[in-house]
Design a protein around this ligand. Sequence first.
Ligand SMILES: NC(=O)c1ccc[n+]([C@@H]2O[C@H](COP(=O)([O-])OP(=O)(O)OC[C@H]3O[C@@H](n4cnc5c(N)ncnc54)[C@H](O)[C@@H]3O)[C@@H](O)[C@H]2O)c1
Length: 401
Amino acid sequence: MRVLIIGQGYVGLTISVFAADSNQVIGFDSSKLVVDNLNRGLSHIEGISDSKIKRILADGSYKATCDTAEIGEPDIAVIAVPTPLSENREPDLAYIDSACRTLGENLRKPTLIINESTSFPGTLRNYIKPAIEKYALTKLEHLYAISPERVDPGRTDFNQKNTPRLFAGLTKEATIGTRAFYSKFCDNLVEVSSPEVAETAKLFENTFRQVNIALVNEFAQIAHSLGISVYETLDAADTKPYGFMKFTPSAGVGGHCIPVDPTYLAATAESHGAPANFIRLANEVNLEMSRYVVDRVAADNGGSLVGKKVLLVGVAYKPDVADVRETAAEQVEKHLRDRGATISWHDEVVGTWKGEKSVPMDGYDISIVITKHSSVDSKEILKSSPYVFDTTGKVPGAQGF
Ligand SMILES: NC(=O)c1ccc[n+]([C@@H]2O[C@H](COP(=O)([O-])OP(=O)(O)OC[C@H]3O[C@@H](n4cnc5c(N)ncnc54)[C@H](O)[C@@H]3O)[C@@H](O)[C@H]2O)c1
């Protein structure tokens, strides 16, 4: 099969690499930098090695491009572009729209179009299909399907092969084609009765995490007020062999999924007149965690942070990835700045953040650990300043929740 994959980020490149084992893949991306690096065999995604990219380039099963002339006549087109929130924190389908334009204007024959981007229920049926038809230069009877992506970047125990994949087509033919495509590199395909079920299941999975993270973040505050260890209490609760799943507190939630996807579900719920109170509240609790952390740090340091030199340790949104999207470090930094602190940061995995480079961990008044990469030594963190507040629970000897 000739497969076109729109978007060569975390999701699109991962799919490209797996699909290239049994297909001819064109990885289309609007970023020339991404495309140039990929064609030089340089991966920008954790878990996808340069050697893997080089191998599929060399055997001719993969090529990256930002030139629509190279799209050719694919049998299958996969959409894997960002679905962020707008400035007023509403679903923003601008990238999806632009991908639909690329498909509409360039597809020359009926194609199976599969959306992997996370979005609200009805996106495939009511947005993607009409948008592609609107942009099409000639009328073509494409097939449409959804298979929401569940990749967890940096994770090694679950990958494309062993993570069950939900899917559904708008038509039976689309469903059959989608099963055939993924069955080459995924062992467990779960067909659901409609695209809307697949779209909503994806949102609910991430909402489940968001709500439970908010609950444990609130619980960390309760435990502190009671003078008991939140970690010991959670470990104690976790000895129950059923009906409990352990989540751990943090400075907030980050990444492209947990802070974003639940809002897609909430917006859809509210547009249908259904409540989304839980989701909205969980979002608030998680956002407020950064303020709570800074309050705790200030309280431990005489109440004022004016003029204090503060080091943020780990600005990626989670360990062992370089992704800083929606990172809680951003909010913590803002609250620290509002209180007159001067802020530096250390994160060799991220390297460059907001135009600045990671600094060495030495000579600060206060260090706050936001994310602990496995390559960072706890002892080095403890030496970085006389007071260390660890939001991860992974630095023995530091202050924390
Ligand atoms: N990153 C994850 O862990 C993850 C997991 C599951 C689902 N998702 C979902 O998958 C989708 C993609 O996320 P991602 O993390 O891969 O994003 P990403 O930012 O890593 O990659 C997106 C890529 O798409 C490119 N792009 C944007 N608009 C384009 C267009 N019109 N044409 C061509 N290329 C375009 C960008 O240049 C970028 O390289 C989102 O809906 C996200 O919510 C992400």
